[in-house]
Design a binder for this molecule. Structure first.
Ligand code: ATP
Length: 306
């Protein structure tokens, strides 16, 4: 009986494996279907990016038909200015950056750059003009110099050192065992979230795109790192059209305009002080963050007491 049972059991195992694989394949195809690549229109032209004014005009978007994420969002990022988007988690902030880079197309309304609908231009020409510092930067298993030069392959060492300085990561690199030749990534030295973001800022500086998108990390950074990154960002974004997705309100105090997104709609807009005076959602978020900050400071001081 045991002899009969074994092969049957084995067959059962094989059957389950095959069934699982088919299910996986089905899932893979349905995922591919959802995340279908955006395609260039026939005869799409190159983006003519001059001053680089970005406009979201009544933008609607859903990842899945049953749930609307953006419900008529309109705002402008004027040429050379910095606009910050804030709002509760899940409001649709990062979705705005994915639409600008055309990972997805809008389901209603349009996004234009210098008056051109981004669906009418080639993706290559669009992505050439946009630089993104994502929340999570992927590092290659290579030297830190290589990881920075990825922004513009073939850059000279002098240029790499220069952007590292502007991104406030030069001091950190100087302290590494092999300086710029230190291996980083999964198989090398692991960098913290803040260090990785600064590598990403340095990359963007080498690329020198007209439009910059900065998706601030949600994870908590120590105050010093936060200040360094904000300083680097100010240097980098000067004179560039910049969209910042901000999680820390301290990042947005200097922004030319703040867009407060709530549940896929613009709830408030204005400069920092105007929004505080309005005493609405932004003022509430600000008060909350101040309380967290004070609590953190008290805890930090408590740690210093022997
Ligand atoms: P956070 O501050 O937490 O980063 P956010 O405002 O940036 O949030 P988004 O990342 O834009 O929020 O996501 C908006 C909504 O869209 C969320 O509810 C999220 O679950 C959903 N969403 C995001 N990406 C996808 C996706 N690829 N497929 C389906 N839903 C998604």
């Amino acid at each position: 009986l045991l002899q009969l049972y074994m092969p049957l059991n084995f067959l059962g195992f094989v059957y389950r494996q095959i069934k699982q694989s088919l299910t996986d394949m089905e899932r893979m195809f349905s995922l591919l279907d959802v995340e279908k690549e955006v395609e260039d229109k026939a005869g799409a032209k190159s983006l003519a990016c001059d001053a680089a004014t970005v406009r979201f005009e009544d933008v609607h978007f859903s990842y899945n038909p049953d749930r609307k994420i953006l419900k008529g969002v309109s705002f402008e990022v004027p040429a050379g200015k910095t606009v910050a988007v804030v709002g509760p988690s899940g409001a649709g902030k990062s979705t705005l950056t994915r639409l600008m880079f055309r990972f997805y197309d809008v389901s209603g309304g349009k996004i234009t750059i210098d008056g051109q609908d981004i669906r009418d231009v080639t993706q290559n020409s669009l992505r050439r003009e946009i630089g993104i510092v994502p929340q999570d930067t992927v590092l290659f298993n290579d030297t830190i110099a290589y990881n920075i030069s990825y922004g513009r392959p073939g850059s000279e060492q002098g240029e790499i050192e220069n952007v590292a300085k502007l991104a406030s990561i030069d001091g950190f690199i100087a302290g590494l065992p092999d300086g710029f030749k230190t291996m980083v990534g999964e198989r090398g030295l692991k960098l913290s979230g803040g260090e990785k973001q600064r590598v990403s800022i340095a990359r963007m500086l080498l690329k020198r795109p007209k439009i910059m998108i900065f998706d601030e990390a949600t994870s908590a950074l120590d105050t010093r790192t936060e200040k360094d990154i904000q300083q680097a960002l100010r240097e980098v974004s000067r004179g560039h059209t910049t969209l910042i997705i901000a999680h820390r309100l301290s990042t947005v105090i200097d922004a030319d305009k703040i867009i407060v997104l709530r549940d896929g709609q613009v709830a408030e807009r204005g400069r920092h002080q105007e929004l505080l005076d309005r005493d609405g959602l932004y003022a509430e978020m600000w008060a909350q963050q101040q309380e967290i900050r004070q609590a953190e400071e008290i805890l930090a001081h408590a740690g210093e007491i022997p």
